[in-house]
Ligand binder design. Structure first.
Ligand code: C2E
Ligand code: MG
Ligand code: MG
Length: 291
């Protein structure tokens, strides 16, 4: 039935127990994902964020991966949509938040330079009643300095119900937590609402950054977002920076921060640590990784 519907409906399909059924495949994956937390198969990688004025790593974004028994290391795009569809994103998101805060606290205790820890928050999590209490509980439990925690929310999640988002995010901002608008420019932000939101940062989506040096429209959009962010007193970060040309465009436009493969891919905690230390040692700027 699902196959027939997928092909546009008003048709039929024959059942064949031997066919590779994507529906069945999804059920297996969902079942595995339900157990992924208990089996300790989820892990986080951290991608540095660089402040262009100082050349230092000022933050990291935590990005979840799934070490699947048979399929190997899976990227979020292969399981986050399923997690969103099934509601599993709520326990997974909570695991991510707790683990990222624990890591942040560990770095603080180990005397690492203070860097902010960005955590992606799904629209589902934001809409859960008790979300603020959950975040407060995790901050208390892990001992992370809330001023080092940054939650990344998406335009759609926030614009769906602006008043509610303002209420929730303001409570978090009052606790010292920073709030970034992720993938900015890809959703439908109402510019009027943008100024009422208690944001600290705009993240320019990597789809604009990709062609910023070849596509005049992307160049215009990127400069406008930087100007808009500055006018609203927000920090602006460009993600997906891969080439020195993209970097110099962003520098010319006074973009404050960058994140991308040009500097570093997302890495396991142990591999990010030397980058954090190196970045703060003396005035040396972080070395640019070969593209
Ligand atoms: P995002 O939050 O926009 O994360 C940035 C993505 O861009 C990451 O992909 C990162 O690896 C990738 N990226 C960074 N620099 C570059 C670059 O220079 N070039 C290119 N081509 N890509 C770059 P990743 O890790 O595959 O994550 C994809 C998306 O999955 C994230 O997009 C986010 O929406 C979602 N995601 C990841 N972790 C979580 C999580 O813990 N919770 C939730 N709700 N979503 C998550
Ligand atoms: Mg993000
Ligand atoms: Mg993004």
């Amino acid at each position: 039935m699902y196959q027939a519907k997928k092909r546009g409906g008003n048709g039929f399909c024959f059942f064949d127990p031997h066919q590779d059924d994507p529906f069945e495949e999804r059920l297996f994956l969902e079942n595995d994902l339900r157990q992924a937390i208990d089996r300790q198969e989820l892990l986080l990688h951290y991608q540095p964020q660089i402040d262009l004025a100082s050349g230092r790593v000022v933050g990291v974004e935590s990005l979840v991966r799934w070490q699947h028994g048979q399929r190997g290391l899976m990227a979020p795009e292969d399981f986050i949509p399923l997690a969103e569809d099934t509601g599993l994103i709520v326990p997974i998101g909570e695991w991510v938040l707790r683990s990222a805060c624990l890591q942040g606290r560990r770095w603080q205790q180990a005397g690492q330079p203070p860097v902010s820890m960005a955590v992606n928050i799904s629209p589902w999590q934001l809409r859960q009643s008790g979300f603020v209490e959950k975040v407060e509980g995790i901050i208390a439990e892990t001992g992370i300095d809330p001023r080092l925690l940054e939650l990344e929310v998406t335009e759609t999640a926030v614009m769906d119900n602006v008043q509610e988002a303002v209420r929730i995010l303001s409570r978090l901002r009052n606790r010292g937590v920073a709030v970034a608008m992720d993938d900015f420019g890809t959703g439908y932000s109402s510019l009027g609402s943008l100024q009422s939101l208690p944001l600290s940062k705009l993240k320019i989506d990597r789809s604009f950054v990709r062609d910023v040096t070849s596509n005049p429209n992307d160049a215009a959009l990127t400069s406008s977002i930087i100007a808009l962010g500055c006018a609203l007193g927000l920090n602006v970060i460009a993600e997906g920076v891969e080439t020195p040309e993209q970097l110099s465009f962003l520098q010319q436009k006074n973009c404050a921060q960058v994140q991308g493969y040009l500097f570093s891919r997302p890495l396991p905690a142990a591999e990010v640590e030397p980058l954090l230390r190196h970045s703060f040692a003396g005035s040396a700027k972080i070395p640019v990784a070969p593209a």
